[in-house]
Design a protein around this ligand. Structure first.
Ligand code: ADP
Ligand code: TRP
Length: 328
């Protein structure tokens, strides 16, 4: 039997290289593997757990759907949908919340980080974030979740919930594992922390043109280009990681050798790298233009995706309600 896969990205704007390399590339890989049935959503309900603008939420959600399609997520192979259109997710998350403690949620590093970022907006929804995410995954009984390494604490919660419910109510949830890509952690271009849309200067967007990519890379901090050993942290390490991902391990090894030898010329490195990134993004940007000119097609994908997702979701929800004593 095919195993199920689920992943999602919050509807908070256009995608950047971190999302693409850490999450979407894994989604693509699993979509083309016949052993898996893939479900990919846009997490609009998770987008409202931090301050947001209701006027742009729907368009941001649609942008992520279009980015998925432009990158190659294929509605013939994957079920593509919008989280809030499947109300079963929220209902299941309430049932799941009986199996987790408030203290456990408060101690998650992801929660603590958000509290630091938005101390005025520590809502119940924010505390609930991992519970809803567990419902997103387990409602499809997904055993594999392609996401970046930062999402691991949330998957841990999903596994705990699955285990507890299986034990208490004789259910058969899988304990979902993360599917890691080579880009599971994309560092920030500013040389510290991860690439993230909330840190200005840290990212390259999927829709950036060559000039913009060059400008963003130019701002990455470097050193003299020469030394006894290649730095494992900071701007130089970030640039070499990108060289490895976009130009291959061979090219990366060449630069590493140059670092301990004659030295790296960062101007040349950044130029070649910008070209390579732009080449990978060009077909995605072209496909996006076609999709923007065809809104009916995008609407159809969203409607059909919701229908397919709902069939599976409503079945699981009914099973859980019955097992928990809430059946007819
Ligand atoms: P952001 O941190 O920019 O707000 P999200 O939290 O919306 O991004 O992440 C969406 C998906 O992209 C998740 O699967 C996440 O793990 C992945 N992701 C985000 N940033 C990175 C990164 N720098 N490296 C690897 N994966 C990432
Ligand atoms: N928390 C994920 C993020 O920040 C988004 C998300 C919501 C998700 N529900 C999910 C990812 C279910 C994988 C599976 O990117």
């Amino acid at each position: 039997m095919q195993k199920r896969v689920l992943s999602g990205i919050r509807a908070t704007g256009r995608l950047h290289l971190g999302n693409y390399l850490g999450a979407v590339k894994g989604m693509l890989e699993l979509q083309s593997d016949p052993n898996y049935e893939t479900f990919y959503m846009v997490a609009d309900l998770h987008a409202i757990t931090t301050p947001y603008d209701p006027k742009t939420l729907a368009s941001n959600t649609r942008e992520v759907i279009i980015d998925y399609l432009a990158i190659g997520i294929d509605p013939e192979k994957s079920t593509i949908f919008i989280q809030s259109q499947i109300p079963e997710h929220t209902e299941l998350s309430y049932l799941f919340s009986t199996a987790v403690t408030v203290a456990r949620m408060q101690h998650l590093p992801t929660f603590k980080e958000k509290v630091k970022q938005h101390p005025e907006n520590v809502s119940m929804a924010l505390l609930y974030y991992p519970v809803l995410m567990a419902a997103d995954i387990l409602i499809y009984k997904a055993s594999l979740v392609p996401v970046g390494v930062d999402q691991e604490p949330h998957l841990e919660v999903s596994r705990e919930i699955a285990g507890k419910l299986n034990e208490r109510f004789k259910l058969d949830f899988p304990e979902p594992q993360r599917f890691a890509t080579k880009g599971e952690y994309i560092p920030s271009l500013v040389g510290e922390g991860k690439m993230s849309k909330s840190v200005e200067g840290s990212f390259i967007n999927l829709n950036d043109d060559l000039e913009t990519i060059k400008k963003r890379l130019a701002a990455a901090p470097t050193d003299s280009g020469q030394g006894e050993s290649v730095p494992s942290k900071g701007g130089v390490a970030t640039l070499l990681k990108f060289v490895e991902l976009f130009q291959g391990a061979g090219k990366c090894a060449e630069y590493e050798k140059a670092y301990t030898g004659d030295g790296i010329r960062y101007g040349d490195l950044k130029n070649g790298l910008a070209q390579a990134i732009f080449e990978e993004l060009t077909p995605i940007q072209e496909k996006r233009k076609e999709l923007e000119a065809n809104p009916e097609y995008v609407d159809k994908v969203i409607t059909e995706g919701a229908q397919k997702a709902r069939q599976v979701a409503s079945q699981t929800l009914q099973e859980v309600k019955t097992a928990m004593g809430l059946g007819r």
